[in-house]
Design a protein around this ligand. Structure first.
Ligand code: G1P
Length: 284
């Protein structure tokens, strides 16, 4: 079965990035010249996603505008004969009806955000992408979709033992290549309580039954409704694997990760590489 739909939870307040996120959605922060959310949408499209479901909140209208036509801009670029920029802004527009926006009325957690999309998703497996987990290199969701044979799947990576309290952590079972069986999951355990150092990264393929579990609205870590908790209730009922993806992940929800991603991408770009290298050498 093909995964056709993806949920993008973008309703968070972005408090780790204040003051810039006071009026600007954190998903609109640029990595070089493209907002985080566009990387996530492109990754999803590359994996064959056709319907893009955004769970937004107040102050997030810049995201809707970003994926719509800007008549004034396009007319102006056209009049000036700037075809390169015109194509750039037009090729990101998807066929009408591909983008759906739902308001999450309160930021009650990732599980709550995903649950808000239940009526749009209905009865099929769906991908979930967290835009502040930027993966450069091989597109993670495409790799996951190719490896997925039903059930639930999460992207995983190893983290330092001191960092487990920032992630959902897996109790691993049998490992086969990139796949690790998920025996249990716990959200943000302290290092001394963590079952492993295998962490969830923000790419998921989930069964629609997860929405039923989420509808119980049980609060977990941080007093929020956690996707990790709902997924852990599925263990044993349906196959559940972690997938160690090949790309490099940047935590763009943190200032350090955001800056690293900007530099890493600038160093990959032909138009910036040499100047950035020279400047970095001089500065360091
Ligand atoms: C969320 C998930 C967590 C996961 C993380 C990956 O946490 O709840 O399980 O490991 O994303 O970035 P957040 O970073 O939103 O607190």
């Amino acid at each position: 079965m093909k995964i056709r739909k993806a949920i993008f939870p973008v309703g968070g307040l972005g408090t780790r990035f204040l003051p810039v996120t006071k009026a600007l959605p954190k998903e609109m922060l640029p990595i070089v010249d493209k907002p985080l959310i566009q990387y996530a949408v492109e990754e999803a499209a590359d994996a064959g996603i056709e319907e893009f479901i955004f769970v937004t909140g107040r102050n997030k209208s810049a995201i809707e505008d970003h994926f719509d036509h800007s008549a004034e801009l396009e007319n102006s670029l056209n009049a000036k004969g700037n075809q390169g920029s015109l194509q750039l802004v037009q090729k990101m527009i998807k066929p009408p009806g591909s983008f759906v926006y739902i308001r999450q009325q309160e930021p009650a957690g990732l599980g709550h955000a995903v649950w808000c999309a239940r009526n749009i998703v209905s009865d099929e497996p769906v991908a979930v992408l967290l835009a502040d987990d930027l993966v450069l290199g091989k597109p993670a969701l495409k790799e996951m979709c190719e490896a997925w044979k039903g059930g639930n799947m999460i992207a995983t990576m190893k983290v330092n033992a001191t960092q487990t309290s920032s992630y959902g952590i897996v109790t691993p079972g049998e490992t086969k290549g990139n796949l690790v069986e998920v025996k249990n999951l716990v959200e943000k355990p302290k290092p001394e309580e963590a079952p492993s150092t295998i962490a969830i990264v923000g790419r998921y393929i989930i069964q629609p039954s997860v929405f039923d579990t989420l509808s119980k609205q049980r609060k977990g870590a941080g007093g929020e409704i956690q996707l990790t908790d709902a997924l852990s209730e599925e263990i044993g009922k349906t196959p559940f694997f972690g997938f160690e993806f090949s790309g490099k992940r940047f935590d763009c929800g943190s200032k350090l990760g955001f800056l690293q991603a900007n530099l890493a991408l600038a160093l990959e770009r032909d138009d910036l590489r040499e100047n950035i290298k020279t400047w970095l050498k001089e500065t360091i």
